[in-house]
Design a protein around this ligand. Structure first.
Ligand SMILES: N#[N+]C[C@@H]1[C@@H](O)[C@H](O)[C@@H](O)[C@@H]2O[C@H]12
Length: 444
């Protein structure tokens, strides 16, 4: 098996609303998650990101932990409303100052920053103007991106425009289980289209001022038919279009899959097709967020893809109920290369929620997470050996954190966080990852 290149990035990932806390500190504006998490019933236990991991104040302690872990890269997101409180207008120097200090502190430890411009926390003031349903949203995002390019491109060399826009559109506008909590197929399709236009706006803006590399992080999930029945095979094919190609094709090919308007029917924004060509602003790399595969059966009632997910009885599951399926990562990476050509790829998220025990004598034994990471890194290594231009791996997540609608009930961290005391405890999986990084990924 081929080894990992010496230039390989061994990282960990987080996002602003999930770890920072202090959402309104120093002039920051509210985000849609600050508002959504306060609505009764939206988040398990009524949890909010008000404290989270208190990273806004403890970032130096956390960077010291990153240095201990031995990672050479760290993926984080910027809270848009911290930097531009009303989303499109006056800059908040104190908000930008936090990220300026964060980047400097990372570089001082030899840790490469990978900056995500948007990880689901739209400024609430822009939601009041229609949010991602407003055709102006792409320009709002481009203006915001420009602010960060000007301020940080002298030190940030890896940029991501959006994190999982499919989740933003589907959970935020179709199922309503994420902020802003809207429920409509037409809204989801329109939000998705504007998110894609926003991505292109930022990439185009970057080409004018940026000196480094920019991409996007997509949630990609291989779809398998639960049986050889034609209807299940067709349902898996429909979901493959819905989950994977709906975003990959416009970003990389400049056109929506022909099947997408059929899936959405009358709810598809017709004008979108004419403007799809605008979305293909060439990117420098693709971020792949991989967690699991989907096992699909036909379900005529399921909108829009008419497929339902099932689990094999003998499947190994994480605490999220997701099947542990590392071979799906290899297959997805190889498929991307076959379908879209040579493109540098980073695994921008991979990790597992586990039912970790509480810390005991300074240790948290989470062998399941260590095994998950090891198996997926072997799968990544397999893809490398078969020609995928894989540049790095970011474990999700550095810290236990606010898991969106699950609140603090699901723990993905390499490092345990006691949210009452904010005490950090590296788990067994952190030590596993640290040792692996020390070996450059050898002897997996
Ligand atoms: N759920 N889950 C874990 C993880 C979530 O915490 C991230 O914010 C998302 O980018 C992606 O969904 C993956």
């Amino acid at each position: 098996m081929i080894g990992f290149p010496t230039s390989f990035l061994w990282g960990a990932a987080t996002s602003a609303y999930q770890i920072e806390g202090s959402p309104l500190a120093d002039g920051a504006g509210a985000s849609i998650w600050h508002r959504f998490s306060r609505e009764p019933g939206r988040v398990v236990g009524g949890a909010t990101g008000d404290s989270a991991c208190d990273h806004y104040r403890r970032y130096r302690e956390d960077i010291a932990l990153m240095a201990w872990l031995g990672i050479n890269a760290y993926r984080f997101s910027v809270a848009w409303a911290r930097v531009v409180p009303d989303g499109n207008g006056t800059l908040n120097p104190k908000g930008l100052g936090f990220y300026d200090r964060l980047v400097d502190a990372l570089l001082a430890q030899g840790i490469e920053p990978m900056l995500t411009l948007y990880h689901w926390d739209l400024p609430a003031a822009l939601e009041d103007r229609g949010g991602w349903l407003n055709p102006d949203s792409a320009k709002w995002f481009g203006d915001y991106a420009q602010v960060l390019f000007q301020a940080l491109d002298d030190r940030v060399r890896l940029w991501l425009t959006l994190n999982e826009p499919w989740v933003s559109a589907v959970l935020g506008y179709l199922t309503g289980t994420h902020a802003p909590g809207r429920r409509g197929l037409r809204e989801a399709a329109l939000a998705a289209h504007h998110l894609l236009l926003a991505h292109a706006e930022a990439v185009t803006a970057y080409r004018a001022v940026g000196r480094h590399r920019i991409g996007i992080a997509l949630n990609l999930e291989p779809q398998y038919a639960a049986s050889a029945q034609a209807e299940d095979v067709e349902a898996a094919a429909r979901r493959h279009i819905y989950v994977n190609r709906w975003f990959l094709d416009p970003i990389l090919l400049g056109r929506y899959p022909a099947e997408i308007p059929q899936l959405f029917g009358a709810d598809w924004p017709r004008r979108a097709l004419q403007r799809a060509g605008l979305i293909r602003a060439p990117i420098d790399f693709l971020g792949v967020n991989y967690y699991s595969r989907a096992l699909v059966v036909d379900d005529p009632s399921g909108r829009p893809a008419r497929g339902r997910l099932v689990k094999r009885r003998d499947a190994q599951l994480t605490a999220m109920g997701w099947e542990i399926f590392p071979q799906g990562l290899t297959e997805m990476l190889l498929w991307i290369r076959r379908e879209y050509g040579e493109l540098p790829v980073y695994i921008t998220e991979n990790g597992a929620a586990c039912n970790d025990p509480l810390p005991e004598r300074g240790r948290v034994l989470d062998p399941g997470r260590a095994r998950f990471l090891g198996r997926h890194l072997i799968a990544a290594q397999e893809a490398l050996g078969r020609g995928v231009d894989l540049r790095g791996y970011f474990a999700w997540s550095l810290l236990d954190n606010f898991e969106w609608a699950y609140g603090y009930s699901k723990r993905f961290g390499l490092i345990h966080v006691d949210f009452a005391t904010q005490r950090r405890t590296p788990k067994m999986s952190a030590r596993f990852y640290r040792n692996l990084i020390c070996r450059g990924g050898a002897n997996l």
